[in-house]
Ligand binder design. Structure first.
Ligand SMILES: NC(=O)c1ccc[n+]([C@@H]2O[C@H](COP(=O)([O-])OP(=O)(O)OC[C@H]3O[C@@H](n4cnc5c(N)ncnc54)[C@H](O)[C@@H]3O)[C@@H](O)[C@H]2O)c1
Length: 255
């Protein structure tokens, strides 16, 4: 792949960090935006720093902050070729217990944030002939019982990505969504700790019990997802746009 400037939201952890490592390791310029400043500092250290890496504190729930993130990318590197929207938050529990504050927070980060980073990035991606990869989820393709608001946010990311793909195709920009199953990241650890009823191991075992592999099931790794994102951003993936691609061991293939 020719030298790219890659902006990754949620780049301080999990799949965002693995994606940053994949692109940085191949010599590309990488910008990681994240609201967790301590995690950003740690990410810069693990990625090795250097002039090709920029870390920007940002809360993607704020559209002006999304604009600043893209502006800082352009100020630092002069162009933007690849946007990867990984920033996201999880919420689960019975719908009757969901508050308006919870609803607004999940939609603001997962859907509104994704949209406003895309919106600001569009002119720069048109200039570079670039592409967008949005992190949706298996829960954006099929309903996830007990996670209605998260599912709604990720279903929104899937159709946002498809609609943007059609809108931007005449201007040479590709847009895709990836839909991973459970991935071994801090988000899963948070889920198990916050919603596991004091037994995180059981929570994770219950997740894995849903997979077609049964006793052989495992979580995907962030590196496996990052490799696919890297491919989607490459010239080899030129025919792929408007796709929402499951990476899920067959979890959403049927029953
Ligand atoms: N882990 C999974 O099983 C899984 C599965 C499918 C989809 N996803 C989605 O993939 C994406 C990455 O998830 P992950 O597992 O790597 O999670 P993670 O928790 O490891 O990383 C998410 C990052 O997003 C950042 N973030 C959260 N809210 C933000 C905000 N308002 N502004 C800026 N940054 C913010 C966090 O600080 C964190 O660094 C998310 O969108 C998630 O919903 C995760």
């Amino acid at each position: 792949m020719s030298l790219r400037t890659v902006l990754i939201t949620g780049g301080a952890s999990g799949m965002g960090l693995a994606t940053a490592r994949r692109f940085a390791g191949a010599g590309h310029r990488v910008v990681i935006g994240d609201r967790d400043r301590a995690a950003l500092d740690a990410a810069v250290a693990t990625l090795g720093g250097g002039p090709g890496l920029l870390a920007v504190p940002v809360d993607v729930a704020s559209p002006p902050a999304c604009e600043t993130l893209v502006e800082r990318t352009i100020a630092a590197f002069g162009r933007l070729d690849v946007l990867v929207n990984c920033a996201g938050v999880w919420l689960e529990g019975p719908a009757e217990h969901v508050t308006e504050v919870d609803f607004d927070r999940v939609l603001a980060v997962n859907l509104k944030g994704t949209f406003f980073v895309c919106r600001t990035a569009i002119p720069h991606l048109v200039s570079s002939g670039g592409s967008i990869v949005n992190l949706a989820s298996d829960a954006g393709l099929v309903g996830n019982a007990g996670a209605s608001v998260y599912s709604a946010s990720k279903g929104g990311v899937v159709l946002l990505s498809r609609a943007l793909a059609l809108e931007l195709a005449p201007r040479g920009v590709r847009v895709n969504a990836v839909c991973p199953c459970d991935v071994a990241t801090p988000m899963i650890e948070f889920q198990a700790a916050a919603y596991g009823g004091g037994d995180p191991g059981r929570y994770k075992a219950d997740l894995l019990a849903r997979y077609p592999q049964k006793g052989r099931a495992r979580f995907a790794t962030p590196e496996e997802i990052a490799e696919f994102i890297y491919y989607l951003a490459s010239e080899l993936a030129a025919p792929i746009t408007g796709a929402a691609i499951p990476i899920d061991f067959g979890l959403t293939a049927g029953y």
